[in-house]
Design a binder for this molecule. Structure first.
Ligand SMILES: Nc1nc2c(ncn2[C@@H]2O[C@H](COP(=O)(O)OP(=O)(O)OP(=O)(O)O)[C@@H](O)[C@H]2O)c(=O)[nH]1
Length: 334
């Protein structure tokens, strides 16, 4: 039997692009993840969050491709067991807490329910806190059209608003009212708090959570993400930034509401040298590109709703890389 007590599992969730990785990086910077094993899950195949968090110097584990709540919960289970075994054998530092960053489409209620029911994990882990990030710029639209975002609110212990610098106080007040109606048990963490996991919650966390989970199961949310699909854009050679920027701007202008998220690295051709940037968009909003130390090649994940990723790829090849397409029909007219 292990000499460790049951380890709390905290869950950091929030819809695509809500700011989960950014918060993780800030927590690392203020040393709030000391003694914490971090597991990161991506919906799409490219683990770019690993690279982003690695920039901030944290050890992270990745839980494969897919969304842990409904595609690969076996992966999450295996990752947790190997973490705990490594801690017991001394192969890992003696962490006191596990923090799971879910994919933007995860249903955290399903994750916690699966962990609580697992005979191998139950004696070694206990539920911690679910913190749901809500993006003030896109939160209202997302809660209006995405069952996944609603599910993330419904099982939150705490909700933390992000992108306050890009939105007014009115959005915060409106969203707080919506959130309160969806989940009156969720505490809205004040904006100046650095670590929402450390903000005190009213009452016992376990009592609050079990009530929240009951409430969650009463809500008819379809946890499968059938109409959402991810694609990967790659290029054999570094690309011309101006071509890429023009293509992206037209694509988002025309299909911004269908393109939920784009994230990844673009290798750019320069004067005799290749540079690389991390490019991100959330719906139609493109965030400032972040320069990377080294170029590993263009690899961009696109997550779209109701738009075939193969058509986006065909458009990208035609307008940006100039590479021949494999005969896919180009339905994304940009
Ligand atoms: N203006 C502003 N931008 C932010 C803030 N937090 C995050 N962002 C930007 O929003 C984009 C998405 O942030 P991420 O931290 O990658 O979001 P995420 O939730 O991890 O995204 P997924 O893993 O794809 O679901 C990035 O370009 C961030 O720089 C914020 O508070 N203000």
């Amino acid at each position: 039997m292990s000499g460790y007590e049951r380890c709390p599992v905290d869950v950091l969730t929030g819809f695509l692009g809500a700011g989960k990785t950014s918060l993780l990086r800030r927590l690392i910077a203020v040393d709030a993840l000391r003694d914490t094993a971090v597991l990161v899950n991506e919906f799409a195949a490219l683990p770019v969050d690993d690279r982003l968090v690695s920039i901030a110097g944290a050890p992270v584990g990745l839980i494969g491709e897919g969304c842990i709540c409904c595609v690969s919960d076996g992966n999450l289970r295996a990752a947790l067991i190997s973490l705990l075994d490594a801690r017991e054998s001394g192969a890992m530092p003696p962490f006191q807490r596990v923090l799971i960053e879910t994919s933007g489409l995860a249903d955290p209620g399903a994750i916690l329910a699966a962990l609580a029911a697992d005979p191998m994990l139950k004696p070694r882990l206990r539920p911690g806190r679910v913190v749901t990030l809500v993006d003030l710029v896109h939160g209202e639209a997302t809660l209006g059209d995405s069952a996944e975002a609603v599910a993330q609110i419904v099982c939150a212990d705490a909700v933390f608003f992000t992108k306050r610098d890009s939105a007014g106080g009115l959005e915060a007040a409106r969203l707080a009212a919506t959130i309160n109606a969806l989940n009156p048990l969720a505490t809205i963490v004040p904006e100046d708090v650095a670590d929402p996991f450390a903000w005190p919650l009213p009452g016992s966390g376990d009592v609050v959570r079990s009530r929240a989970l009951r409430r969650f199961h009463a809500v008819p949310v379809e946890p499968r993400h059938l109409e959402i699909a991810a694609g990967l854009l790659t290029a054999e050679a570094p690309i011309e930034w101006s071509h890429f920027a023009a293509w992206l701007s037209l694509l988002l202008h025309r299909h911004g509401t269908a393109i939920l998220r784009m994230k990844g690295e673009v290798a750019i051709r320069g004067d005799g040298a290749v540079s690389a940037v991390m490019v991100q968009s959330v719906r139609h909003v493109v965030h400032a590109p972040e320069h990377l130390d080294r170029a590993e090649g263009t690899a961009l994940v696109v997550i779209a709703r109701g738009l075939d990723p193969a058509a986006i790829e065909a458009s990208f090849r035609r307008h940006v890389t100039g590479e021949a397409t494999s005969g896919g029909q180009e339905r994304v007219a940009v």
